[in-house]
Design a protein around this ligand. Structure first.
Ligand code: CMP
Length: 479
């Protein structure tokens, strides 16, 4: 499209040049006959010389066309070839105006040798003052624009905050009059160059890691060391948080009713920082929930005595028992054993996109999906490939729990996901009181592994189950 446009422009340019050159040659060739014809038509005679005026117009047009050609050649071709990008429009315009004015003065003094252009300008001082006053703002913008282009304090694509009203947005263009900013509400704000030159401007360059700070507070009862570790880990793998610099979590203030913290992180794409700030806050909320931390908010302690409400806890417990008894590897358990398992399991909630299990980590617990969905991603040639999606009632993390080997895959929450974590201790208790369970578990896990890995059925099923049985017994120190 752009190529066709420039082709059309070139054709138009050539046609115009041919017409102007032809007209000029005609006027120069037939100057004398034209002059007598005009004199004959203008009865009464006049001092004005229309032929010279026409020549002035034609020469000036030719000069204009020459300047355009020079501009295209110099800036559009040589500059782009050497620097790799187009010269700013403002610089090109200034160049064209200066060259054209020079050519015009030369042409004018050739055609009107008796008129002194310099005197014309100096004697029209009042005109100059009027013009100067009228163009005060425009010229101010123009020169401020030149200095912006020369200094290059920011470029198109950078995020800047400017003006007394603190307009923040992405720079869309810098023209001879104004800077155009697109705010994060998708509004366009124009800040005139002259006012931008007077204000301080905060620049977040596009190719720079610009930090962001998000605040939160905990109660005084929550340990700072634990809080700092948990929040740093929760934030570092959020989308758009740069992996090049680890987020910093630190105490900002010991407030009236709690400890105030700040999380400093570096977004990869600063333009999306509002979304990333929100995601970081979301991660903080979920991490608080999992780690049993408590947000600080202004509190007043009112002591109200209530009778213990057993029923809601009981209903919760029953829901857990129901969930665990529906899991196929726990099918061989008795009702009491399932209740014991429910008692020992810990509930966690994960945000969409959060990593529940990281491949290669040591792991001593397995998880049952109580709500939501997770995706299993297996490392393959340096990157992670999704291999399965697990739904409510499914389980994962059993391989590391039962064999003591490192985690084999990433498991990532696809939506808000609630899991029940069952630890090594709880399983060992079950194995001690119910030795046959190891065998049935190893068989079910081998079956499931086979299904998940999508392998053909065969005699190795027996071998795998026996191998697993030995590994589980070794790991849990069972006879
Ligand atoms: P674990 O190795 O402890 O941690 C990662 C978990 O992902 C693993 O246990 C299994 O529960 C699960 N997993 C690994 N590979 C697959 C697969 N191919 N399909 C489904 N789940 C898997």
């Amino acid at each position: 499209m752009a190529r066709r446009d420039s082709k059309n422009n070139l054709v138009l340019f050539l046609i115009t040049t041919i017409i102007v050159v032809a007209a000029l040659s005609f006027v120069i060739r037939f100057e004398e006959p034209l002059r007598s014809w005009v004199a004959f038509r203008m009865i009464g005679g006049t001092h004005a010389d229309p032929i010279t005026l026409v020549k002035l117009i034609l020469w000036a047009s030719l000069a204009y066309l020459a300047v355009r050609a020079l501009r295209a050649l110099l800036w559009g071709f040589f500059f782009r070839l050497r620097r790799g990008y187009e010269a700013p429009a403002l610089v090109q315009n200034v160049f064209s105006i200066v060259i054209f004015t020079l050519l015009f003065v030369i042409i004018f003094s050739e055609l009107y040798p008796t008129i002194n252009l310099g005197a014309l300008f100096t004697t029209s001082a009042i005109f100059g003052v009027i013009l100067g006053l009228a163009l005060q703002d425009t010229l101010g913008n123009f020169f401020a624009g030149i200095s912006l282009h020369a200094d290059r304090p920011f470029q198109v694509g950078d995020v800047i905050t400017v003006g007394t009203l603190k307009h923040t947005g992405v720079v869309e263009s810098i023209s001879w009059r104004a800077i155009k900013i697109r705010t994060f509400s998708n509004h366009v704000v124009l800040v005139s160059n002259s006012s931008a030159a007077k204000e301080s401007i905060e620049v977040c360059p596009r190719d720079n890691l610009n930090a962001r700070i998000v605040f939160f507070s905990t109660l005084y009862t929550d340990s700072p060391a634990k809080t700092i570790h948990i929040i740093r880990e929760a934030v570092r793998d959020a989308d758009n948080v740069s992996p090049k610099i680890t987020p910093v979590v630190r105490i900002r203030n010991l407030g009236e009713s709690g400890v105030d913290y700040e999380v400093k992180y570096w977004p990869e794409d600063y333009v999306r920082h509002h979304d990333t700030d929100a995601l970081v806050r979301q991660r903080i909320w979920y991490a608080f929930r999992r780690a049993g931390l408590t947000f600080n908010f202004p509190t007043r302690t009112i002591e109200v005595k209530r009778r213990p409400v057993a029923s809601s806890h009981e209903a919760d417990q029953n829901a857990l028992i129901e969930r665990l008894s529906a899991v196929d590897i726990f099918a061989p358990l008795t009702v009491d054993e399932t209740a014991m398992l429910a008692q020992a399991s810990v509930r966690h909630v994960f945000a969409p996109g959060e990593t529940v299990i990281r491949a290669g980590d040591a792991g001593s617990s397995m998880f049952v999906l109580h709500g939501g969905r997770v995706q299993v991603r297996v490392s393959e040639g340096g990157h992670f490939r999704p291999v399965a999606v697990l739904n409510e009632g499914d389980f994962f993390g059993e391989m590391a729990l039962f064999t003591g080997e490192p985690r084999t895959a990433h498991v990532v929450a696809m939506e808000e996901t609630e899991v029940l974590e069952i630890g090594h201790e709880a399983m060992k208790k079950l194995f001690d009181t119910n030795p046959d369970l190891v065998e049935s578990l190893s068989y079910i896990i081998a079956e499931r592994r086979k299904g998940l890995a999508d392998r053909p059925e065969g005699p190795e099923e027996q071998d795998e189950s026996a191998g697993l049985l030995a590994a589980i017994k070794r790991f849990f120190r069972l006879s």
